[in-house]
Design a protein around this ligand. Structure first.
Ligand code: 9UX
Length: 71
């Protein structure tokens, strides 16, 4: 079952940042239809397993950005 998720991202300031995050996240196995929005500082994506999100967060952070948490 594929579900869609929106994650906040901080640290993006230009269109190249957006492309960088989109490219990196799109390469994660089990992730598809990645769309990064600079104005809302977030990414929307389809995922097929909850465990995949951990790798998405790591990928975003490895690219030099942050995923702010509410906890
Ligand atoms: Mo743009 Mo983003 O010049 O890390 S690529 S700020």
């Amino acid at each position: 079952e594929v579900k869609r998720l929106n994650l906040p991202i901080s640290g993006m300031t230009c269109a190249s940042c957006v492309k960088r995050v989109e490219t990196a996240v799109s390469k994660v196995d089990g992730i598809s239809d990645v769309s990064v929005n600079l104005a809302t500082e977030s990414v929307s994506l389809n995922f097929n397993s909850p465990g995949t999100i951990t790798e998405v967060v790591r990928t975003i952070e490895d690219a030099g950005y942050e995923v702010p948490t509410t906890t």
